[in-house]
Design a binder for this molecule. Structure first.
Ligand SMILES: [Cu+2]
Length: 123
């Protein structure tokens, strides 16, 4: 009895250690199946801000993301969805996890680089 309890405690510690590392996701839910719905999102970048700082999408939707670097040299990275656009263009990803996910500029663009953050809320 005591042994199995220790096993559970150790298991929880491993889970906590794994989830603490890397991801900003607050989600612990399993992957969401795609809905087949495509949602178009446009984010523009200037010195030193994104046009959207909070984007809400529905879980399972495919996000057709258009990124325009309108002023200066900027990128758009959404680490949790493996998105890293280093120039203007369009990409797609499935919002297959629920939670709040940070996006940021992926090119060192100058003094305001650190301010170029926003979040994608999948609900
Ligand atoms: Cu930057």
């Amino acid at each position: 009895m005591k042994k199995s309890l220790l096993g559970i405690v150790l298991g929880l510690m491993v889970v906590a250690a794994l989830s603490a590392c890397g991801s900003s996701s607050k989600s612990s839910e399993p992957a969401v199946p795609p809905t087949g719905v495509t949602e178009e999102v446009t984010i523009n970048a200037t010195n030193f801000a994104f046009s959207e700082t909070e984007v809400k999408v529905k879980k399972g939707d495919t996000i057709k993301l258009t990124f325009n670097s309108e002023e200066g040299m900027h990128g758009l990275m959404i680490k949790d969805f493996d998105v890293n656009m280093t120039e203007s263009g369009t990409t797609e990803f499935v919002a297959d996890k629920v939670g709040t996910f940070e996006f940021n500029c992926s090119i060192m663009c100058g003094g305001g680089h650190g301010d170029m953050v926003g979040k994608i809320i999948v609900e």
